[in-house]
Each structure stands twice: as C-alpha cells, then as structure tokens.
Design a protein around this ligand. Structure first.
Ligand SMILES: *[C@@H]1O[C@H](CO)[C@@H](O)[C@H](O)[C@H]1NC(C)=O
Ligand SMILES: *[C@@H]1O[C@H](CO)[C@@H](O)[C@H](O)[C@H]1NC(C)=O
Ligand SMILES: *[C@@H]1O[C@H](CO)[C@@H](O)[C@H](O)[C@H]1NC(C)=O
Ligand SMILES: *[C@@H]1O[C@H](CO)[C@@H](O)[C@H](O)[C@H]1NC(C)=O
Ligand SMILES: *[C@@H]1O[C@H](CO)[C@@H](O)[C@H](O)[C@H]1NC(C)=O
Ligand SMILES: *[C@@H]1O[C@H](CO)[C@@H](O)[C@H](O)[C@H]1NC(C)=O
Ligand SMILES: *[C@@H]1O[C@H](CO)[C@@H](O)[C@H](O)[C@H]1NC(C)=O
Ligand SMILES: *[C@@H]1O[C@H](CO)[C@@H](O)[C@H](O)[C@H]1NC(C)=O
Ligand SMILES: *[C@@H]1O[C@H](CO)[C@@H](O)[C@H](O)[C@H]1NC(C)=O
Ligand SMILES: *[C@@H]1O[C@H](CO)[C@@H](O)[C@H](O)[C@H]1NC(C)=O
Ligand SMILES: *[C@@H]1O[C@H](CO)[C@@H](O)[C@H](O)[C@H]1NC(C)=O
Length: 840
C-alpha cells in the first residue's frame, strides 16, 4: 500500500508538469503581443508548436528543424498574417500545406533547400502580398507555382539559380505586382521575348532588381516602350564595353528611377569610362542614381550630357571632381552627393536646383560659395567644413532657402544675421561649433523659422536677446550648451509658438520661475541631465498644452508641492528618475505626492532614495509615512519630558523650603505640636508683640503657647531650618502681624510665604492675620498674594480704643482655639484621621 505522503510526492510534480502544459504557457515561444505575435526563433522545434492561440497573427518559426511541412499543417492558425519559415531546413512542402491561411499576407521561405514545388504548394493563400523565396534552390521562374496569387505585390527570388529572365505566362495574372527582386541569380542574357508579358499587360509601377547577375548581353530594343518604376543594375557587368552596349540596348525604356553602379564589396569594374552612359540619351529617366565606382571621375563633364533633363541625381560613394562644370542649364532639381571624395567644395551654379544634399563627403575644410538661385533645401551636414561667415543669402546664392542643415561640421562663425534668408523654416547647427552667437540677436530676422537645433554647439548664452525674433519657432533643441550663471533666465519671451523645448545637458542649476511663462503651447519639456536641486511644477500650471516633462538625471532632492496644486491638465508623463531623492520625513508631502501620481511618473518603481544613509538605494515607494508619525510622537514625548524635568528642577529649586516643609510635616505630624501659634512679624513691631500679644495670650486664660523666634529658636541652627522645624512644624497656627514694616521687610515675606504653603499642606490649621496699622491699599497691592489672602480670609484689626481691643482679643482667642485638641494628649479630629494615621 502506498502511504499518503508518498502519493503526494508523486502527484505534486505530476500536477506541476501538467500545469506547464496549460494553454497559457507558450513555451518555448516568446509572447511578443498577447494572442497576436509569437516569436519562436531558434528554439529547436521539430514540429509546429500546438500550444499557441488560434488568434495568432504573426508567427516567427525561423531557424528550427521543421524539414517537412505536411498538408493543412497551419490550419490551426486561420488568422495568420505573417509567417516566417526562414532557414528551417524545409525540404518538402506538401500540397495544401498553407490551405486555410486566407489572411496570410507575408510568407518568408528564405534559406530552405526545397526539393520540389508542386502546383498546389501555395494553394489557398488568397491574400498573399509578399512572397520571399530567397535561396530556395529555385532553377526557373516557371517552377514557381504562383499563377493564382493575384494579390501578390512583392516577389523576392534573389539568390537562386534562375538562368532565364523569361517572365512566364502566369505573370498576366499578377497585375498587382510592384516589386520583383531577381538579384544574385544566373541570368546572363536578356531577350526581347523574355519581356513579352510586359507588353500584354502593362505594369505601370513595376520595380525590377537585376543586380549581381553577370549580364553579358541584352537584345537591343528588348525594353523598348516598356514602362518601369525602377530598374536596378548594380554589379552586373564585368567590363566597361559590356556595360556600354547593354545600356545602349535599353533604348526606348521609360523608367522613373534608374540605379547603376556597384556594391561596396562587389566590384567588377576598375575604371569608369564616360562613354558608358552615352546610351542613356535614348531612355526616359526621372531619377538617376549611381553608386560605388572606384574611378568615377567627372573630369569630362560630358559624362552627364544624356542626363540633362532628369530631375534628380544621386551620386554615392564616388570620386567626383569638377562638379562645378555641370552646365547651368541642366534641369536637375535635386542633387545628392553622399560619401563622395572631392578635392574642394564645389562652387555649383545650377539655376533649377531646389534641393542640394551634400553630406558625409571628404572635402577640403572650407565652405566655398554656391550660386543656386532656386535652392530651397540645403543639407551640408557631416563634411567637417568650416564656415568663416554665416549666414547670408550671398553664401548660397538664393533667397528662397527654407531648410538649412549645417550640422556635424567644424567651426561656424556667425557674422551676419541671416540677411535675406527670411524664408528659412528649418535650421540645424547641431554638433558644429558656433562662434560669436552672443554678439547680437543672430536669429532676429528668422521670423518664419519653425525648427532650430543648436545641440552641442558649445554655445554659452550670455545675451538676453539671443532668441529674439523667433516668433514662429516650434522646436528648439539646446542640449549640451550652457547659460550664464548656470541659470535659465527669462529669455524665451518671443517663443509663444514653441511646442518642444530640449534643455537637457545644459548644466542648469536654477530656472527663473517666469522663464517658461511665455510658452503657452509647449508640449514637451526636456531638462534631463542638468544639476537642478529641486523641481517646482507650480510655475508651469498655466502651460495648458504641456504633456511631457523630463527632469531625469538631475540632483533633485525633493519636489516642491504647493498647497493649491494644479498640474498642467494635459500632463501625461513626468520623468524624475535618477535623482537624489531624500526619503526623510521632512519631505513626506513630496514623497506622498510621488505615490499618488504614480500613473504620471515614468518608472516610478525604479526611483531610488539617495539620502538618508538608512534609505540609500531603496525605492522611493518603500518610504512609509507612519515612521514619521512615530518619530513625531517620540520627538514630542521627549520634548515634553525635557520640559517637565526642567520644570521640576526649577520648582524644586524654587520651592526647596516648601518641600522640606512637606517632608517635615510627614515626620512630625499633627500630634507633636508644642506651640499654638507661630508668630511672624517684623522686628519693628517687636514691642507690640512682647507687650500686647505675648502678655495677653500666654498669660491669659486659657493660656496659649506662642513660638517667637527671639525666644524659641534654637541657637546655632540655621535660621531657615529654625523657621521650618521650630516655627511651622511645631505650631498649629500662624499669626501674621501685618504692618507697613512687615510689607517692606523681605524676611517677613519669606517666612510668610512658607507659612502659606504650610497652611496649604495642613488643611486644618490656618493663618490668622493681624492688621496692626491701617496699611495703604496701594502698598498692599504690591504683595499680590497677601492682598488676595487678606481679601479671602477673615482678619483681625488692632484697634486703639479699649472696647475694640477687647473684641480683638476675644476673636483672636476664638480663632486660636479653633481646631485645638480638647485632650492634652492631642487626639486628632475626625477629619484629620488619615493624615494622622499615615504620620504614625
Ligand atoms: C487571448 O485570448 C483568450 C482566449 O480567446 C482570451 O481569454 C484572452 O482575454 C485574450 N487575451 C488578450 C490579451 O486579448
Ligand atoms: C503536419 O502534417 C503531417 C503530415 O500531414 C502530420 O503528420 C503532422 O502531424 C502535421 N503537423 C501538424 C502540427 O499539424
Ligand atoms: C490565372 O488565373 C486563373 C483564374 O484565377 C487561372 O485559371 C489560370 O490558370 C491562371 N493562369 C496561370 C498562368 O496560372
Ligand atoms: C509603386 O510601387 C512602389 C513600390 O515599388 C510603391 O511604394 C508605390 O506606392 C507604388 N505606386 C503606385 C501608384 O502604386
Ligand atoms: C538612340 O537610338 C537610335 C535608334 O534607336 C540610335 O540610332 C542612336 O544611335 C541611339 N543613340 C544613342 C546615343 O545611343
Ligand atoms: C532635354 O530636353 C530638351 C528640351 O525638351 C531637348 O531639346 C533635349 O534634347 C533633351 N535632352 C536629352 C538628353 O534628352
Ligand atoms: C505664432 O506664429 C504665427 C505665424 O508665424 C504668428 O503669427 C504668431 O504671432 C505666433 N504666435 C506667437 C504667440 O508668437
Ligand atoms: C531628453 O533628453 C535626453 C538626452 O538629452 C534623452 O535621452 C531623453 O530621451 C529625452 N527625453 C524625452 C522625453 O524626449
Ligand atoms: C495662472 O493663471 C492664473 C489666472 O490667469 C493666475 O492667477 C496665476 O497666477 C497663474 N499662475 C502662475 C504660476 O503664473
Ligand atoms: C524619461 O522617460 C521617457 C518615457 O519613458 C523616455 O522617453 C525618456 O527617454 C526618459 N528620459 C531619459 C533621460 O532617459
Ligand atoms: C500617509 O499615508 C497615507 C496612506 O498612504 C495617506 O492617506 C496619508 O495622507 C499620508 N499622510 C501624510 C501626512 O502624507
């Protein structure tokens, strides 16, 4: 019998294995777009994967080992649009393999050693537009069973063994064909009959690439009256003579674009002979391109005489000299010179030229003059040129220039502010070094300019009028420059049409809060890679079009979040990654804002704290504001404790004696009173005390015992201790003799203050005030406490007449008797019980 744990041990891996086979797992393929695109390139497949959803539209099965495709093998994927079967070692494609793929528009079969193609190999592909059958051992176009693919637009059969250019009958059915690549085959001869179908049905827009076929012979007139969109003949001829005859044989062809030349790594011809192009006079050409001729020299400009009426010429990778000899009357509208070798900058004079692209050429390093009166588009980028004086219409011989690209050159010295160049809309100086741009408002006249790229031009903006005049500017790229004081001043005032502003990498530390105010149409603001310490979006609240703000790679410690906060309402993307966020409680509003706005923020999970040390390297999102609450409490509690301790210290210091009293009270208790009253008086009133008070009370009936300091204080003991121990602790009551003298004597007041406390502590006893002489109210008021007590307690006034004195003594005795124990042993009063008990 199997124990249950044993069963579990076998079941769990089995279930795990089964769960791997659930349809959600596309292993070994990669899901690029869910349910749509699957990438199964080079994953050792021997079969078509079955676990992909039937909604798959794009399937890449390249570099596997499918070898044999059976019929209906793809019927599981009726939605397929693109199927890539490159280099799968496919040898057999059975009939009806692609049956059911009615949506398929692109089929790629590159690099399969297909042995046989049957009539029904491509059946069912009713929407196929592009068939790539490169390197599939194809011997002839006749073998390709595609006559029914009426939707086909592009057929690529390059790199096969096709030896005849004969276009088979079935091409009549392919009336949508636009592009056919026959390059790198074995076609040597082209005959008139090969192109027969092109006469039967006109392909007005067919492009043909015949490059890399070693063509020896073209039957003259083979292309007569044929119209092609494009004909490419590169690296086809192994001698100049063959080339010349073949081109002559193209007579009568009408082609929109003719491409001649060689490839960088496939060169057949050593020297170019100008006569080779003579045959072009019998062709109709719009665009002419020629590339990669080692020794292509324009020494004799006759080379181009058959091309005087073309509208566009491209010269790529040639050695070109004396371009200036091209006659003024040539009707060229566009001329491209790319990657060519020239001895000096060509001083061209071509009255019809509208577009001149002169880029990435090797040329001596100074810009010469151009005289191109129709020129609108000029690209002089990447030539390592220096411009001694830029820019005015005289330099280019045109007042129509709209597009000027001087990027990636050497030094450009600004000397004239675009005189007569008001039509300019696009100006690019990036990665060239601008000189003297601060001397005056360089761009003042460019009121139509919409695009200005000054990236990495070593410009240090010190002049407030730098951007003056650019009223129409929409895109301004300034990265890699700098501003005076590393601060962006308010110099963008004219740029109300700006939608894109790139100020990245400008070493900016601060931004004038009003600097961006004029930019009401701004959509993208890039201030990444600067040295900003904080970000305040508040000044941008009125930039109603702002969508993207990039302030990544700065030193931002915190975002300044204002009370009434309005984000620009179209803002959808804010990049504040790679900054130095301080994840401390003092910035918790900012950190909370980051959490609240995470939809807006780019890569918010990757944003890391830089300080404090404890948080360094942790995600900003991991900051918890509860710790702030806690530390707040801790701080407030400790502050409170410090305050209380100091208060206690102060109180202890202040009421040292009172505390001693309190201690004493506990010690002595009520029962040990030896005196009936402790008398507090000023020494000035001692006569009255001796003669009246002592006489009347101590010698009267019943006799009272008074504590008088002159008589009862123990000599040698500190006076304060005496007051407390002898005076208060051993007396039931305190008699305070109030007089003018008393109020003025500080000592008395001290004693009296202690008495007050004592009275407070031992509730039962009390202070009896004796007013010796009428005291002025104002004097009394100085002793606030005393004044208050006098008002609250009953007090006795000493009278001068006998009757008054009689009443006085009666009342005093009565007051002293109050609370005096009947019993000489001192049985405590009922309400004194607790204190008495605790004292024993
Ligand atoms: C993919 O298809 C499955 C089944 O048809 C469906 O449940 C799922 O929602 C789809 N997923 C997406 C991202 O469309
Ligand atoms: C492909 O077809 C072959 C032969 O018809 C068949 O054996 C094989 O199972 C099929 N494969 C798929 C994935 O349909
Ligand atoms: C052209 O298409 C028709 C029907 O679409 C077909 O019958 C005919 O065989 C095709 N022609 C060739 C040469 O394949
Ligand atoms: C002509 O063919 C080219 C591709 O070779 C294509 O881009 C262009 O749109 C086509 N023009 C027309 C008018 O069909
Ligand atoms: C142009 O073609 C005509 C006849 O087709 C021929 O006589 C003439 O020599 C050709 N011109 C050139 C320059 O090949
Ligand atoms: C160019 O056009 C002009 C006028 O249409 C014509 O006289 C001239 O022969 C043409 N040149 C060439 C090479 O076709
Ligand atoms: C924007 O450009 C237009 C056209 O150049 C101009 O008329 C308008 O004044 C500019 N707007 C601002 C705010 O400068
Ligand atoms: C901002 O500029 C930097 C580099 O200068 C660039 O990497 C980044 O993509 C730009 N940001 C946006 C949003 O375009
Ligand atoms: C935005 O506009 C409102 C209304 O014109 C104004 O009150 C506010 O001060 C402006 N905000 C900024 C930051 O300039
Ligand atoms: C900031 O994020 C945006 C959006 O992901 C991105 O395009 C931009 O390149 C980022 N900035 C930098 C400097 O990487
Ligand atoms: C602290 O975090 C909570 C929840 O994340 C939030 O509701 C609260 O407003 C935050 N408090 C402060 C002071 O930011």
């Amino acid at each position: 019998m199997i124990s249950s744990s044993c069963l579990a041990r076998t079941l769990i891996p089995a279930m795990a294995f089964l769960s791997c086979l659930r349809p959600e797992s596309w292993d070994p393929c990669t899901e690029v777009v869910p349910n749509i695109t699957y990438q199964c390139m080079e994953v050792n497949l021997y079969n078509i994967p079955e676990n992909l959803p039937s909604s798959t539209e794009n399937l890449d099965l390249s570099f596997n080992f499918l070898r044999h495709l059976g019929s209906h093998n793809f019927s599981k994927f009726p939605e397929l649009r693109v199927l890539d079967l490159s280099r799968c070692g496919i040898q057999v494609i059975e009939d009806d393999t692609y049956q059911g793929l009615n949506q398929l528009s692109t089929l790629i079969l590159t690099g399969n050693p297909v042995q046989h193609l049957d009539l029904r190999t491509f059946s069912g592909l009713s929407s196929l537009q592009k068939l790539v059958a490169v390197e599939i051992n194809l011997n002839s176009l006749e073998d390709l069973p595609i006559g029914h693919l009426k939707t086909l637009k592009e057929l690529n059969v390059a790199h096969n063994f096709i030896h005849s250019f004969k276009l088979p009958e079935y091409f009549c059915n392919l009336s949508n064909l636009e592009y056919m690549d026959l390059s790198n085959n074995q076609i040597h001869n082209i005959y008139h009959k090969d192109l027969q179908v092109l006469y039967q049905i006109p392909f007005h827009n067919l492009s043909l690439d015949l490059s890399l076929n070693k063509i020896d012979f073209i039957e003259p007139g083979a292309f007569k009256d044929i119209k092609l969109q494009k004909l490419v003949l590169r690296s086809n001829f192994d001698s100049m003579d063959v080339m010349k005859t073949c081109i002559q044989s193209l007579a009568g062809l009408e082609v929109y674009e003719l491409v001649l030349g060689e490839f960088k790594n496939e060169r057949q011809l050593n020297e170019f002979d100008k006569s080779a192009l003579e045959g072009l006079c019998n062709l109709t050409i719009e665009n002419f391109r020629i590339a990669f001729f080692d020794e292509f020299s324009l020494d004799d400009i006759g080379v181009f005489h058959c091309l005087e009426n073309v509208s566009a010429v491209s010269l790529l990778n040639l050695y070109v000299n004396h371009l200036e000899r091209i006659p003024k009357e040539f009707r060229w509208q566009s001329l491209e010179l790319i990657d060519c070798d020239l001895e000096q900058f060509p001083t061209l004079t071509l009255s019809s030229l509208k577009r001149f692209i002169f880029t990435a050429n090797e040329v001596s390093n100074t810009f010469g003059e151009l005289d191109l009166q129709s020129l609108e588009f000029l690209d002089l980028s990447k030539n390592g040129l220096s411009f001694r004086s830029c820019c005015s219409s005289r330099d280019f011989g045109t007042v129509r220039l709209k597009h000027l690209d001087l990027s990636f050159n050497e030094v450009i010295s600004m000397s004239s502010n675009f005189v007569d160049m008001e039509q300019l809309e696009h100006l690019d100086f990036q990665y060239s070094t601008l000189k003297r741009a601060n001397a005056f408002s360089v761009f003042l006249s460019l009121t139509k300019l919409r695009y200005l790229d000054l990236s990495y031009t070593n410009t240090h903006v010190t002049f407030d009028g730098f951007f003056h005049g650019l009223f129409s500017l929409e895109v301004l790229k300034m990265p890699g420059n700098s501003f005076q004081g590393n601060s962006l001043p308010n110099i963008l005032t004219n740029l109300g049409n700006l939608t894109f502003l790139d100020l990245s990498n400008c070493q900016l530390e601060t931004i004038d809060p009003t600097a961006l105010n004029p930019l009401g149409k701004l959509q993208v603001l890039n201030m990444s890679y600067n040295k900003l310490l904080s970000l305040d979006l508040f000044p941008y609240e009125n930039l109603s079009s702002l969508q993207v703000v990039d302030v990544s790679f700065n030193r931002i410690v915190t975002l300044q979040i204002q009370e009434r906060y309005h984000l620009p309402n179209k803002l959808t993307l804010l990049n504040v990654t790679q900054n130095d966020f301080a994840c401390a409680c003092e910035h918790q509003t900012s950190l909370q804002w980051i959490k609240d706005q995470r939809q807006l923020l780019v890569d918010v999970e990757q944003m890391l704290c830089a300080t404090p040390a404890g948080m360094k390297g942790l995600p900003v999102l991991s900051f918890r504001n509860t710790t702030c609450q806690m530390s707040k409490t801790i701080i407030s509690v400790s502050v409170l404790m410090v305050i209380m301790v100091s208060l206690v210290v102060v109180l202890v210091y202040k009421f040292y004696f009172h505390l001693m009293l309190l201690a004493g009270c506990k010690r002595y208790g009520r029962g040990e009173c030896t005196y009936d009253a402790f008398v507090i008086y000023s020494s000035h009133d001692e006569d009255w005390v001796r003669n009246e008070l002592v006489k009347n009370l101590e010698e009267g009936v019943p006799p009272f015992r008074l504590c008088l300091h002159y008589r009862d204080f123990i000599p040698g003991v500190a006076i304060s201790a005496n007051i407390i121990q002898e005076g208060f602790h051993k007396s039931r009551k305190v008699i305070v003799v109030v007089s003018k003298n008393f109020i003025q004597s500080r000592w008395c007041i001290f004693e009296y203050e202690i008495a007050q406390t004592w009275q407070f502590l031992s509730t039962c006893s009390g202070i009896i005030f004796v007013i010796l002489q009428k005291v002025e109210k104002s004097l009394l008021r100085q002793q606030v406490e005393l004044y208050r007590l006098l008002n609250r307690n009953t007090y006795l006034e000493w009278e001068d007449n006998a009757l008054g004195q009689h009443i006085f003594w009666r009342r005093l005795r009565k007051a002293l008797l109050a609370g005096k124990p009947q019993n000489p042993e001192g049985t405590p009063d009922a309400d004194m019980q607790p204190e008495a008990t605790s004292a024993m």
